[in-house]
Design a protein around this ligand. Structure first.
Ligand SMILES: [Zn+2]
Length: 132
């Protein structure tokens, strides 16, 4: 099948396919693995293609699905502006100092659970687990 010949599924189709995937197994240990399984569920006569980022964004919204993020730490100390996982705004994690001020310890995303210290953490792997 040449590139560009894939059909693009609707969100509902993807969500349905994710349910089917996790009806057969509890854990999918990578984003690429989830993409392959979802595409397999979607495709019958026609081939469907799903972008990994789109799939991750949809997965974050599923209450019965847990997404565990694995990281590597980068040397970069510049704070991330937006969540690298879901693009939400990051919240500063602060601590009070004994002098009555606050100190920023890191950053946290309340949408997907991404967290980082002052050294930026780069997501390298996602593990998806069915909760129910
Ligand atoms: Zn996030």
């Amino acid at each position: 099948m040449p590139r560009g010949k894939y059909r693009i599924p609707k969100d509902e189709q993807i969500l349905e396919a994710i349910e089917k995937v996790f009806g057969k197994r509890r854990v999918v240990d990578s984003q690429r693995g989830l993409k392959q399984l979802v595409e397999k569920e979607l495709s019958n006569k026609e081939k469907y293609g799903v972008g990994e980022v789109r799939l991750r964004h949809l997965s974050i919204g599923i209450p019965w699905l847990e997404m565990e993020i694995h990281y590597r730490e980068s040397a970069e100390k510049r704070a991330p502006y937006k969540c690298p996982v879901c693009k939400s705004k990051l919240k500063k994690v602060r601590n009070l100092t004994i002098f009555g001020g606050t100190v920023t310890l890191g950053f946290k995303c309340e949408t997907c659970g991404y967290s980082s210290g002052l050294k930026r953490r780069i997501p390298i792997r996602y593990v998806f687990t069915r909760r129910k």
